[in-house]
Write a protein that binds this ligand. Structure first.
Ligand code: F6R
Length: 615
């Protein structure tokens, strides 16, 4: 959470930082701020609200000249979102200025000690404590800024990606990382700092991703010195070539990133299986899995850990892994798993699913599973992310940057990877027939064109959204492979429209939620061709006889459900195990249109942030 940006070089820093903050706004958007050094003085401007509010404020508040600066967009942890708690924060002398993404857990103790030494604090933030701690160490120990940062970080408990400079020494920025991401873009005689590479992608393709417990001293026109925060050893910079391009992080003519990302699904599902799925030859090839197949096939069980939408992808995987590979699967919320002393042995395989690869709870669950001897496999979207590095091996989804806070294409590409893994393991174990194996490989190859078909219902789904945009509650029902899709559909609606929605296994309805049904309750029922079709039809009848309103997701060519439903959305036919890749599309569009009609901020829903790097 929170986005940080910095620049040191020969260009004007302000437009780079402002634009960078706009690109990182998905990470948090409670408040924003900027500190610029104009060659003589440091100028600070910050405000509650969005980066656009900051842009307005800067116009009347500070000069925007200068080629050194740092900026921040915040998702509040310590201290409510207001102007004072916004970053950057300045030390008591006015000389050090810092931006921070993360949490300093022992800030209260440190703050007391600093107050005893005469420091005063304006904000309620942990970050203001950190910058003053660094200042105090600089004074007491008479050391340079880099050393003072290092000593301070050794006293700190928590997570951080920080960037700071000293107005007395405006040719350097010091950065450090533990638990929150930090990328350094390398240009000619210039350096960019950011939470991900998107703020500097048009300036350079070369970047260094700091590892946890590393810090860097970045000197204008000179070099970068990276060292370990503990132990002080120097680290050779590893410069990566970025694959991301500008087009991927722009809206490309769509009104919202979310809509663009929904429409990208045919392409990114294909990108995710390209080179891995060779349907004609009957081959699934996953680089990260090849050397570890036996870990999976000999495993007592697979435990999947994830949060939110990624957890829903894990639930879909439970059905397909058990069906095809016959390996017991448990799906755990990472946040629960990490704190309940779970029983894990070296015979367990843990799969961690995360779009961002930075989710704090998932990361902690991975560390715990590793401590207990399990083999941990990661499924991440962001290349080089912390989770992709913490896991023993893994497979990337190729969804490209997902900027909309509500996850869409990450979900379907996660399911694509999980389907490939399940098919590969099933083949290896001999638990799937050759004909079933081949059928699913061929059908998976057809999914992108079937997603395109499903997207053609957009206008019709928009009309349905118009009918229901003003209701207060929704129920989503699904069975089997589509029970997790019902959960995901409800989550999508909640997070972007703020309408209350519940997802349930259809048959559970009669054990409680049926009491909610009346003529005002819309019920979205996933009623596609499946083994449970007749049973879902019965569930629909139960709802209809209590005057509930049915919005059904049906398979093209369906007759019975179409007749019973008040509204329906069609998806093409596909084998049941692959249906989540299609039914999800209709539910994403339904949520999207309702949220747009309600004038919600679809890409940046309230209180949320794209990557949850705090507990
Ligand atoms: C919902 C959503 C969140 C994330 C969750 C996990 O649309 O985006 O529920 O799925 O925060 O994030 P990752 O996958 O980055 O670990």
């Amino acid at each position: 959470m929170c986005g940080i940006v910095g620049y040191i070089g020969n260009r004007e820093a302000y437009p780079i930082i402002l634009n960078g903050l706009k690109r990182l706004e998905y990470r948090g958007y409670d408040s924003a701020g900027i500190a610029l050094y104009d060659g003589e003085k440091m100028h600070l401007s910050k405000t509650k609200g969005k980066v656009a509010d900051l842009e307005e404020r800067v116009k009347s508040e500070i000069p925007t000249k200068g080629s050194l600066g740092i900026g921040h967009t915040r998702w509040a942890t310590h201290g409510v979102p207001n102007d004072i708690n916004s970053h950057p924060h300045v030390s008591n002398s006015g000389e050090l200025v810092i931006i921070h993404n993360g949490i300093i857990e022992n800030y209260a103790t440190l703050k007391k000690e600093l107050i005893n030494r005469g420091y005063t604090f304006e904000s309620d933030t942990d970050t203001e404590v950190l910058v003053n701690l660094i200042e105090e160490i600089q004074k007491q120990e008479n050391v340079k800024l880099g050393k003072a940062v290092q000593i301070a970080l050794n006293q700190v408990v928590g997570a951080y990606a920080i960037a700071l400079f000293d107005v007395k020494k405006p040719d350097e920025i010091v950065v450090a990382k533990l638990g929150s991401p930090l990328a350094i873009g390398i240009g000619e005689d210039e350096f960019f700092i950011a939470s991900d590479a998107s703020p500097f992608i048009e300036f350079t393709n070369n970047a260094i991703y700091l590892e946890d417990e590393e810090m860097a001293i970045i000197r204008k026109g000179r070099d970068i010195k990276i060292r370990k925060i503990k132990g002080d050893t120097l680290v050779d910079p590893y410069i990566q070539e970025l694959k991301m391009n500008l087009e991927q992080i722009e809206k490309g003519g769509y009104d919202h990133f979310m809509l663009k990302e929904i429409y990208e699904q045919p392409a990114v599902i294909k990108d995710t299986y390209r080179g891995r799925l060779l349907a004609d030859k009957g081959i699934v090839r996953l680089g990260g899995l090849e050397n570890y197949i036996e870990k999976f096939t000999n495993a007592d069980r697979i435990i999947i850990v994830a949060c939110g939408t990624s957890w829903h992808a894990g639930l879909v995987a439970e059905y397909i892994f058990e069906e095809w590979a016959r390996i017991p699967v448990e799906v755990e919320y990472a946040s629960e798993f990490r704190y309940r002393n779970p029983i894990i042995t070296s015979k367990d395989v843990v799969i961690a699913i995360s779009q961002s690869g930075e989710t704090a709870d998932t990361l902690a669950a991975i560390k715990l599973a590793k401590q207990k001897g399990a083999f941990v496999y990661g499924i991440c979207n962001v290349v080089g992310s912390t989770i992709s590095r913490e896991t023993h091996s893994g497979t990337y989804t190729h969804a490209g940057p997902e900027i909309g806070v509500a996850s869409t294409k990450a979900f379907t590409t996660q399911i694509t990877v999980l389907t490939l893994i399940a098919l590969k393991l099933a083949k290896e174990k001999g638990t799937i027939s050759q004909s079933d194996f081949m059928l699913h490989l061929r059908e998976l190859e057809l999914i992108p064109s079937k997603v395109e078909e499903a997207l053609k219902s957009n206008d019709k789904i928009e009309e349905i959204a118009e009918v229901f945009k003003d209701v207060s509650n929704f129920l989503y029902l699904g069975r089997g492979y589509n029970f997790p899709v019902a959960l995901e559909g409800a989550l999508k609606l909640k997070e972007i429209s703020y309408i209350h929605a519940e997802g349930y296994p259809a048959a559970e309805m009669k054990h409680g939620p049926i009491a909610l049904i009346d003529e005002h309750m819309p019920v979205v029922v996933i009623a596609i061709n499946s083994n449970h079709y007749e049973k879902v039809v019965s569930n629909i009848q139960e709802i209809k006889s209590r005057k509930g309103i049915i919005i059904a997701v049906v398979t093209e060519g369906d007759k019975d459900v179409k007749e019973m439903a008040d509204y329906y959305m069609e998806v093409p036919n596909t084998p049941e195990a692959l249906t989540p890749l299609l039914t999800t599309i209709s539910l994403q569009l339904l949520s999207y249109h309702i949220a747009v009609m309600l004038n919600r901020n679809v890409d940046q829903p309230r209180n949320l942030a794209k990557s949850v790097t705090v507990e």
